[in-house]
Every structure is written in C-alpha cells, then in structure tokens.
Design a protein around this ligand. Structure first.
Ligand code: NDP
Length: 310
C-alpha cells in the first residue's frame, strides 16, 4: 500500500515525502507524478493537485488536503465525488492566523497606514482612536481557526461578533447566523474579517451589496480565499470613500500579477498568502495521525463534508 504526495514544488514535495516515510513506515511514500503501481495508492496528500490527477488512482481511500481549506481539491471537475477529504490544521497554523488577525485588526484600529503616511512627510499629528472596547469587529466564518482568532480579539478587548451558517460562536463573541443574521452583523462591523471557506455559497460574497451594508469608513481583512472577493467592487468601495482600507492576503490569481491595481492602491495592504502556513514537520505529523485514525476507523475528526464544501 502507498501514499502519493503533491505540493506543486519539487523540493517541498521531497521534504514531505521524507517526513511521511519516517512517520508512516507501513506505507510506501511516492511522488504523485511517479506513483509506481497506481492501484496500490490508498491516500493522496496534496495541495492544489492538477485537474484529473486524483482520478488516476482507482483504489484511493481518501484525499488529504495540506491545508484547512478543501476548495483546492474540490475544484477538480474529475475528482471522484465519493472520496472523503481530510483537512489539515495544526497548532502552528492556528497560532499564525491569530497573530495575523490581531496584527491587522490592530493596524486598522490604530490607523497605522495614516501614521505611516504622516511619517513619510515628517508630519507630526496625533491620531486618537477609540479604545478596543468601542471598536466593533465582525468575523465571517466561525470555524476552528476563526474561533481561535475571535478569542484573541476578545482578549484584546474588541467588541467581537461572529457570523456562520449555524450561529457557532466562542466565549465573549456575539453570534449571528445565516442570511437572516447577515444584515445586522454587517451593520455593526467596523472591521470585517473574512475567514470563510471557499464554497459555491461563499464565492464572491465580499461584493458591493455587502460593502454597502458596512458602516461608512469600515475596513476589510480577507484571509479566507481570493475567490470570496469581487475585486472591482472593493476598488469602487475604497475609491468612493465608503470603505477606508483593506488588508488582503489571498487573491483570485496567486502570485498577484505585478500590474494588479491592488499592489499600488494607497488604501490596500497586500500580503502574499502568508496569514498562515503549516510547518512541514508539524503538518506531516497531523497528516500521519489523521491517516492512521482513518485506516483504523474509516473516518476521523478532520473529514470535510464535500457537499457543504468545507
Ligand atoms: P472551518 O472549515 O472549520 O469552518 C468554516 C466556518 O465557515 C464555519 O463556522 C461555517 O459555519 C462557516 N460557513 C461556511 N459556509 C458558510 C456560509 N455559506 N454562510 C455562513 N457561514 C458559513 O474553517 P476554519 O476556521 O478552519 O478555516 C476557515 C478558512 O480560512 C479556510 O477554509 C481557508 O479558506 C482559510 N484559511 C486561510 C489561510 C491563509 O493563510 N490565508 C490559512 C488557513 C485557513 P458553521 O459553523 O455553521 O458550519
């Protein structure tokens, strides 16, 4: 029995193969593009596999996503739909996202971009911002990672709300659920943080209609996926002055093309999909534990629901 690995980068793939060989000695670990006997492959451990790639393995038991999202697997039109997909998260991934969200919420809260612009002109002007308790932050998505970020914002004193399908929440976070809860959630969100999974329901969700419901001067942080954002609608909302700033980590096209207007927009901060990352050593041990659990019981906590898309 064997496992194939695909990361789209030869050196990274080799690292993961070496780690999984040590952690799962009962399996042969192979490169996705050099799989040997395809019928022997039971698991495909992947990030953004090529279309049609997974379907080449007739006896797969599950696909393992090297990441919390599974959209990069589900986008394959030839993906065998019966296959379970296992997500991978780890403490380092959650911690990095907590740092990212705290950093950029605080930067917007304290108007850091304005202070930077003043410094560039040697201009001394104090900006007094409200204390965190008077700043309303809204997080779209209340999954495992998002709840940890919400708790961090609560601990910093922010007035924090979370929006999800079911009204899932975390201690100290005001819950809002589904389409009915969305207008009120948006109306109170001075800083909107998107941590949704990309699904058919959430694609293009950050659009003009949503921005119009945010308070004037609101800010956006998108660390979900690029497919959540209608880019032209964001530019329009910023240029009209309705939104005051945006921090974007994820993009429809990655790497973001050098001539893309986001790079040079004065109200946009671009980060190159670095909000979080799984260290290969930590990630491989989570993947190995999930595969072992799946081998034993036919399921595990990390299984995503392909119908929901997350
Ligand atoms: P989960 O998959 O654990 O949970 C998803 C959350 O989104 C749930 O709260 C769910 O609601 C909610 N949701 C899903 N669809 C809808 C919808 N249509 N309307 C309202 N709410 C919805 O998420 P995680 O917190 O683990 O991760 C979230 C996402 O963060 C990932 O899918 C990925 O896109 C992104 N991410 C980005 C990274 C980066 O580096 N930029 C790194 C890691 C993750 P309910 O609770 O009711 O099910």
């Amino acid at each position: 029995m064997s496992i194939v690995v695909y990361l789209g980068d030869d050196a990274e793939t080799r690292d993961w193969i070496a780690l999984l060989e040590r952690l799962l000695p009962e399996f042969e670990i192979r490169d996705f593009d050099d799989p040997g006997d395809r019928a022997a492959v039971e698991y495909a451990v992947v990030w953004a596999p090529p279309a049609g790639g997974i379907a080449r393995f007739p006896n797969l038991k599950a696909v393992v996503s090297i990441g919390a999202g599974v959209d990069h697997v589900l986008r394959d039109p030839d993906l065998p739909r019966h296959l379970p997909i296992l997500r991978t998260t780890g403490p380092d991934m959650v911690q990095r996202l907590r740092e990212y969200v705290a950093l950029h919420v605080l930067a917007h809260h304290r108007d850091l971009a304005v202070t930077d612009a003043f410094q560039a002109r040697a201009h001394w002007q104090q900006i007094v911002t409200p204390v965190a308790g008077k700043r309303r932050v809204g997080i779209m998505g209340m999954g495992q990672i998002a709840r940890a970020c919400a708790r961090t914002l609560v601990s910093l004193g922010f007035d924090t709300a979370g929006w999800s399908r079911s009204g899932t929440s975390a201690e100290g976070v005001t819950p809002y659920a589904g389409p009915d809860g969305l207008p009120e959630f948006l109306a109170r969100s001075e800083i909107l943080v998107c941590l949704l999974p990309l699904t058919p329901e959430t694609r293009d969700i950050l659009n003009a209609a949503i921005f119009a419901r945010l308070p004037k001067g609101a800010r956006l942080i998108n660390a979900g996926r690029g497919g959540h954002l209608v880019e032209a609608d964001l530019l329009e909302a910023l240029d009209s002055g309705h939104l005051a700033g945006a921090t974007l980590d994820v993009f429809r096209t990655e790497p973001l093309p050098t001539d893309h207007p986001f790079w040079r927009h004065p109200s946009i901060r671009v980060t190159p999909h670095v909000a979080s990352y799984i260290d290969p050593a930590t990630g491989a041990s989570v993947v190995a534990a999930n595969i072992r659990s799946f081998q034993r019981t036919g399921t595990c906590e990390a299984v995503a629901d392909p119908k929901r898309g997350y």
